[in-house]
Design a protein around this ligand. Structure first.
Ligand SMILES: [Fe+2]
Length: 294
């Protein structure tokens, strides 16, 4: 903290929506006073038209908002299935056909809510200057890129190495203001247990399921002398397949990492629906996060 001159910005981070979004969410966020809303992806379930309906509903937000597409956004169910299958490269590539069109539909549905991914935006939130760097869109985690054919045609990214180079070049575009990374899946390097913040809980072998390109980008930014306040993402649901709980946030080397994926984000409590998001508070040199159920 730097005394009375500190500007604080507040950001609402909304984890994997998976269709759990309604008019009450819109009313809440429009009255929340947040400077920015960040949707970390997976608005959709398995049926694209329903995901598009959710995306369209985000247009009613009058708070500035950004959304990075997750592995459920812009992919149809067969494509998603092929992406999950371990040895289905040809099928994966075949099903990538049409993804550009599906992503354009998703983008159009979002309206003024900005679709981000491999992008950099310089913003000022309540007077706090900030670089928002968005990571690889449609990430599914693990060692290989999801939607490889699409990433190649849309962004020229065809490997983890070219993705790292892309993210580093975005960091190079940042000015001296601090950086906030937003991604669908979080970075590697934060634990290799099933219940680590981005650990693999769906295979017998527990392992780190974080994105190496994002880890490298954060490291590169810090090495370049920049302040990285936080990295926010989702994807790996906080409740693991075996019923354990991941941490919703960890701090490492001065960077706050937030996994906002509380799924489902609507829960019935004593007959009424409670809605989840994470309140992220940023100053020029510090970040804090708190889970909020309203
Ligand atoms: Fe996901």
């Amino acid at each position: 903290m730097n005394g009375g001159a500190t500007q604080a910005a507040t950001i609402g981070v909304i984890g994997d929506v998976h269709l759990f979004w309604d008019e009450e969410d819109i009313t809440f966020f429009n009255g929340s006073g947040y400077d920015l809303l960040l949707f970390v992806g997976d608005l959709a379930g398995y049926i694209q038209v329903r995901g598009l309906r959710t995306a369209r509903s985000l247009r009613k937000l009058d708070v500035p908002a950004m959304c990075i597409p997750g592995n459920h956004d812009g992919l149809h169910a067969l494509q998603l299935g092929a992406e999950i299958a371990p040895r289905a490269r040809r099928l994966r590539n075949a099903f990538c056909r049409g993804q550009e069109r599906r992503c354009r539909s998703f983008d159009r549905a979002l309206g003024h809510v900005e679709m981000v991914g491999y992008s950099h935006r310089r913003v000022a939130l309540s007077g706090l200057p900030l670089n928002v760097v968005a990571g690889r869109p449609h990430s599914i985690g693990g060692k290989r890129l999801a939607c490889e054919r699409y990433l190649k045609s849309a962004y020229g990214v065809d490997s983890m190495e070219t993705s790292i180079a892309m993210l580093k070049s975005l960091v190079d575009h940042c000015d001296e203001a601090p950086i906030l990374f937003v991604a669908h899946n979080g970075p590697s390097g934060l634990g290799d247990r099933a219940d680590s913040i981005w650990g693999c809980d769906f295979r017998r072998k527990e392992e780190d399921w974080g994105d190496r390109d994002l880890e490298e980008a954060v490291r590169y930014a810090k090495r370049s002398g920049r302040t990285v306040l936080a990295t926010v993402a989702g994807h790996m649901h906080r409740e693991t397949k075996s019923g354990k709980r991941r941490p919703g946030q960890v701090e490492k080397d001065g960077v706050l990492y937030v996994n906002a994926a509380e799924v489902p984000r609507h829960r019935k409590v004593n007959g009424s629906t409670r809605r989840h998001h994470v309140k992220l508070t940023l100053t020029a040199n510090a970040a804090t996060a708190a889970d909020v159920w309203v």
